[in-house]
Design a protein around this ligand. Structure first.
Ligand SMILES: [Fe+2]
Length: 258
C-alpha cells in the first residue's frame, strides 16, 4: 500500500501548490491513499469546508490536525475526513483519530500534539504516549496505521518514532514547516521522519512574510503575521510503502518551482 503524506498546506499558496503537484504525483507513484496536514489551510488558521472540498478534488483523502485545528471547528464533524489532536482534553470538538476504508484497504490515522508547541505550550493536553497506547488498544484493526506527531521539540519527535516502532506503519512529524533529512525505516519496521516540511511559498518564514517578523524582532513593532504569496513555491511530502502493517520504505519528495 502506498501512502502519501503531504506536509502543512499553508494558506492559498499552499492550496495552489497542491493543485499543481499532487494529481500528477498520485499517478506517477500509483498512490493508494493521500493524507495532508490541514491545520494551516485557510489563511494559516484552521481549514474551511470549502477549502477542504477543493483539496479533495485534487486527490487528498484525509486531513490531520494541529494547534490551529479548533480555529474553524465546522470541519471537525463526523462526515468529514478530518481530525484534530487526539490528546486534547475530553469534550473538545471533533475526534483525534479515524479509521478509513478505501479502494485497497483500511488505514487508521491519528494526530498527537507534542507537549511543547509554541504559544500553546501552557495549554492542558493529555500525555501523547499514554494517549496513543489507549488508541492502539481499542481501535479496530487496520491494514496500516499512520501517526502524525505535531510538535516542536526534535527530541520528542524522534522518541515517539522509537516508542511506536514495530507497532504502527509510520510516524510523521510536522508543525515546523521545515523538512528534515532523516526519513528512515526504524529497526522494527516503522517509517519515520522528524518533519515533513510544508506546501506554500519558499522564501518565507514557514509561509509568513519575513519583513514583518524582522521589524517586530529588531524594532519591537507590534504587527501581525502576513502570509507570503509571491515568489518560488515548494511542495513537501513523504511516500510510505506499507506491507503487512509495517513500512518497507519511506522517501521524502520535494518539488520547488517558480
Ligand atoms: Fe502547527
Amino acid at each position: 500500500m502506498k501512502i502519501l503524506y503531504v506536509g502543512d498546506i499553508m494558506g492559498r499558496p499552499g492550496v495552489d501548490v497542491v493543485a499543481k503537484v499532487l494529481p500528477d504525483l498520485i499517478q506517477e507513484y500509483a498512490v493508494d491513499f493521500v493524507i495532508a496536514q490541514g491545520e494551516n489551510v485557510t489563511e494559516g488558521r484552521g481549514m474551511s469546508i470549502e477549502d477542504m472540498q477543493e483539496l479533495q478534488s485534487y486527490g487528498v483523502d484525509f486531513f490531520t490536525g494541529g494547534n490551529w485545528s479548533l480555529f474553524r471547528e465546522g470541519v471537525l464533524t463526523d462526515e468529514h475526513p478530518v481530525i484534530r489532536p487526539a490528546n486534547y482534553p475530553d469534550g473538545t470538538p471533533g475526534v483525534g483519530y479515524k479509521r478509513v476504508t478505501y479502494a485497497t484497504g483500511s488505514v487508521l490515522v491519528v494526530t498527537l500534539l507534542g507537549k511543547i508547541v509554541g504559544k500553546d505550550a501552557g495549554k492542558p493536553i493529555k500525555n501523547p504516549l499514554q494517549t496513543i497506547d489507549e488508541i492502539l488498544e481499542t481501535a479496530d484493526k487496520s491494514d496500516a496505521i499512520v501517526v502524525n506527531f505535531h510538535g516542536d521539540y526534535s527530541s520528542e519527535k524522534r522518541v515517539i518514532g522509537y516508542y511506536l516502532d514495530g507497532r504502527v506503519s509510520a510516524v510523521i512529524g510536522d508543525h515546523w514547516h521545515v523538512p528534515t533529512a532523516d526519513a528512515m525505516v526504524l529497526p522494527k519496521g516503522t517509517a519515520h521522519i522528524t518533519d515533513v516540511g510544508m506546501c506554500g511559498t519558499l522564501h518565507s518564514s514557514l509561509g509568513v512574510k519575513t519583513d514583518t517578523i524582522i521589524t517586530r524582532w529588531r524594532d519591537g513593532l507590534v504587527n501581525k503575521n502576513e502570509l507570503e504569496t509571491e515568489g518560488p513555491m515548494q511542495f513537501n511530502a513523504v511516500l510510505v510503502n506499507t506491507v503487512d502493517g509495517l513500512a518497507s520504505d519511506i522517501s521524502h519528495i520535494q518539488t520547488i518551482f517558480e
